[in-house]
Design a protein around this ligand. Structure first.
Ligand SMILES: [Zn+2]
Length: 208
């Protein structure tokens, strides 16, 4: 199945602690180069699958039954949505107001799909999840719009942070106890910055 291949092909990052931020984080800097992990509809569907926003059946329907044109439209809409969410998140981090255009975009996606809430048991207890009837073309991005609205409604916006590495563009929702998380991940940025600071200190030490 094509979605399986895509799933294996792209190792997506899920370090954002929030699906909305993880989606934005599909744009990143790799060895100094701006890199987009979403190169087409197949990548977008693979991401949605890994983020549990579509199931395997829905993913297969998109990849095997949709026309090329419909796939392209979905991808184009997903990328536009990501741009809107990135802009919104930048403003959240800068403590600025949420752009009206972002709210409009989210509402527009939410309005398109019939669906129903379902009670789902997770590790932490019961939670309500929107079940979109996503075989319909407009429904695929609804869970993403749900995640974005969830961030705005119930998330503490002060906990939305950008990675402390100035040359990194990843965002995360800080759920640590003291809200002292600085890095997208220790492996990607934390260690690198600490090592750089260590050598900087060493270099500045007077020689005896
Ligand atoms: Zn980082």
């Amino acid at each position: 199945m094509t979605t399986g291949r895509a799933q294996l092909r792209q190792p997506f990052l899920f370090v954002g602690n929030h699906p909305c931020l993880d989606f934005i984080n599909t744009q990143m800097i790799v060895r100094g180069n701006p890199t987009d992990l979403l190169g087409g509809c197949e990548d977008l569907v693979a991401w949605l699958l890994q983020a549990h926003m579509v199931d395997k059946v829905q993913a297969a329907v998109v990849m095997t039954q949709w026309s090329h044109k419909d796939q392209e439209q979905l991808f184009e809409q997903g990328i536009r949505f990501r741009g809107t969410l990135r802009e919104m998140t930048k403003r959240i981090v800068a403590r600025k107001s949420i752009p009206h255009s972002a709210v409009e975009f989210i509402n527009q996606v939410l309005s398109r799909c019939p669906g129903y809430p379902q009670l789902v048991y997770t590790k932490g207890g019961y939670t309500r999840q929107f079940q979109s009837q996503a075989a319909q073309k407009d429904g695929i991005l609804v869970p993403l719009a749900e995640a974005a609205s969830d961030l705005l409604c119930s998330g503490k916006l002060s906990l939305v942070k950008k990675c402390g590495n100035p040359s990194c563009i990843l965002y995360f929702y800080d759920t640590t106890k003291n809200h002292a998380r600085n890095w997208c991940s220790m492996q990607l940025c934390g260690n690198r910055i600490k090592v750089a600071a260590h050598y900087q200190r060493k270099r500045n030490m007077p020689t005896v």
